[in-house]
Design a protein around this ligand. Structure first.
Ligand SMILES: Cc1cc2nc3c(=O)[nH]c(=O)nc-3n(C[C@H](O)[C@H](O)[C@H](O)COP(=O)(O)OP(=O)(O)OC[C@H]3O[C@@H](n4cnc5c(N)ncnc54)[C@H](O)[C@@H]3O)c2cc1C
Length: 371
């Protein structure tokens, strides 16, 4: 084989929603980029399971600003020059809290930050919540934060679009190619696969929860995220609902079909030990749903699965160069929120590797890990 074919400016390891977006943004800058994944792009890892809820509000202001940076790419897909058909459905999103003075103050403050950053948001009363979610339990003392520009996307389609766009821009994709080891030697990165070595000036590690297989000592862990697929003939859920009090969320599918979350979650050292869907998860999801709705609903569980993501203790991603040579960038730890952050992250990584001013980046979002 012509060995020059294995020399790249930048190698992105991991073709989930994060790595594929990074690769696409880098290829737009005319870089000779390789995107490499141990499976087919988007078919393993967190992206394979993701529900794709897109909301800008987060109790952590830094994460809220990160969302605001990325959401316009999803909401204005075509005019932002994104590849393929838009994977995003704009339905609005609703975040419900207990109606106490502190939460009203919190919502008003968040709405003002969101609106200043291009994501309209407003406080909604219990009555308005009942209009947005027909059947909502009016006995509950609740208040909401409504984002009309929120919605939900298809993370798999998003990933495929990014990969197609990347290839069209001249990028190289190696699928079903496990990276076994990487190291820095003689001023270049050596990326070792089972049968050979790839050389790159710079490397981006976007391996999600698998990253500890390549890099030791990072402050990350695997955490499960179960989704229960439900049907209720007397419910028509048209927008994602996040219910802080019952610690649950709903992601619409169509008609009376929807996904619901569960709090039966576990920490693991790696994705390899994540278990399967259980009755305990199904019952937990349905129990939490019943308290969102008035009267007992006939909620059928049709299916369910246990996904996982890479978590940090404070839910802030690990996003930054590993040292001041600025030739190795880590992008992981998206803590169950990586789909909505994916375009912001692609922009941050490509701007950082271009050496451009990181003008949109809230300082405290970068958790620098020094090798
Ligand atoms: C059930 C569930 C629901 C979710 N819901 C939402 C939501 O509503 N909204 C939201 O914003 N986010 C949500 N998320 C979170 C979001 O999906 C993740 O944060 C995001 O997909 C992370 O993407 P990633 O590219 O970092 O990781 P991954 O998708 O895990 O991708 C990492 C890739 O790296 C590859 N890889 C790993 N190691 C190697 C190696 N050594 N060599 C080669 N390739 C390697 C893997 O094969 C994989 O394809 C959800 C996640 C789950 C599981």
């Amino acid at each position: 084989m012509d060995k020059r074919a294995l020399i790249f400016d930048i190698v992105v390891i991991g073709a989930g929603v994060i790595g594929s977006g990074i690769a696409q943004f880098l290829a737009l800058n005319n870089k000779n980029v390789l995107l490499i994944d141990r499976t087919a792009a988007g078919s393993a890892g967190a992206t394979a399971y993701s529900g794709g809820i897109v909301r800008a509000y987060d109790p952590d202001d830094a994460l809220m600003l990160l969302s605001c940076l990325g959401l316009p790419y999803l909401q204005e897909w075509d005019s932002m020059g994104m590849p393929g058909a838009s994977p995003f459905t704009q339905s609005g999103t609703l975040y419900i809290m207990k109606d106490i003075p502190d939460n009203n103050i919190k919502i008003e403050a968040a709405c003002s930050v969101l609106t200043d950053n291009g994501q309209a948001a407003r406080l909604v009363t219990r009555k308005e919540i009942a209009n947005l979610v027909p059947g909502a339990n009016m006995q509950r003392n609740m208040v909401g934060l409504y984002e009309p520009k929120g919605g939900y996307g298809d993370p798999r389609l998003h990933t495929r679009n990014m990969v197609h766009g990347f290839i069209k821009e001249g990028g190289t994709l190696f699928e079903n190619c496990l990276v076994e080891k990487i190291y820095f030697d003689n001023d270049v990165w050596k990326i070792e696969t089972k049968r050979g070595s790839i050389i790159a000036d710079r490397v981006v590690m976007a391996c999600g929860a698998y990253l500890p297989n390549l890099v030791n000592g990072l402050p990350i862990h695997t955490q499960t995220i179960p989704l229960t697929q439900c049907y209720a003939s007397d419910l028509n859920i048209e927008l994602p609902v996040i219910d802080e009090e019952t610690e649950n969320f709903i992601r619409p599918i169509r008609g009376g079909n929807f996904y619901a979350g569960s709090r039966v979650v576990n920490k693991h050292d790696s994705p390899c030990t994540v278990g399967t869907f259980t009755n305990e998860i199904a019952n937990d999801s349905v129990g939490r749903l019943q308290s969102l709705f008035s009267g007992k609903k006939n909620i059928e569980v049709l299916n369910g699965f246990v996904g996982f993501d890479c978590y940090t203790d404070d839910f802030r991603p690990l996003l930054g160069f590993t040292d001041n040579k600025e030739n190795c960038f880590i992008a992981t730890g998206f803590s169950g929120r990586g789909y909505k952050f994916s375009c912001a992250v692609a922009k941050i990584v490509s701007d950082s590797l271009e050496g451009k001013e990181k003008r949109f980046l809230p300082e405290n979002i970068i958790t620098q890990w020094v090798a």
